[in-house]
Design a binder for this molecule. Structure first.
Ligand SMILES: [Zn+2]
Length: 134
């Protein structure tokens, strides 16, 4: 039985539809000419499937999920590669992304859709995120 995993209930319908739209955006990041490993990394960030502190805490590997850089926020994937205040200097130095820091976006797929709409270079974004993570 699928007790507790009933994805068919009306309550879960809206998020599912939303998730489908979001994974559509996630799939767009396969288009850039970035190296495979970078695109794959970005896709994992999209799915929050990277070993962020928050994820490691959820799996009881770490005791707390705070970002080591700023020590304030929970370190989710998006925080580690975009949101953290300690990354201001890096992103402000990336051509085309200097003025994007005002967006307090804590959702990777939303961030990508915003940047995609603004015709920002997602390839560069992916490369910078990859560099920050590694
Ligand atoms: Zn931080």
């Amino acid at each position: 039985m699928l007790k507790g995993r009933d994805f068919g209930s009306p309550l879960t319908e809206a998020p599912t539809t939303n998730q489908q739209r979001q994974s559509g955006i996630c799939n767009q990041i396969w288009e850039p000419n970035a190296p495979n490993k970078v695109r794959h990394f970005l896709w994992r960030v999209c799915k929050d499937a990277v070993p962020s502190k928050q994820n490691l805490m959820r799996r009881k590997i770490l005791m707390e999920g705070k970002c080591e850089q700023c020590g304030v926020e929970s370190e989710m994937a998006i925080h580690a590669v975009w949101e953290c205040a300690t990354l201001n200097e890096i992103w402000e130095a990336v051509l085309g992304f200097e003025d994007q820091r005002q967006h307090a976006i804590s959702n990777t797929t939303y961030l990508i859709s915003v940047l995609h709409e603004k015709k920002k270079n997602l390839e560069i974004m992916a490369m910078v995120m990859w560099t920050i993570w590694y």
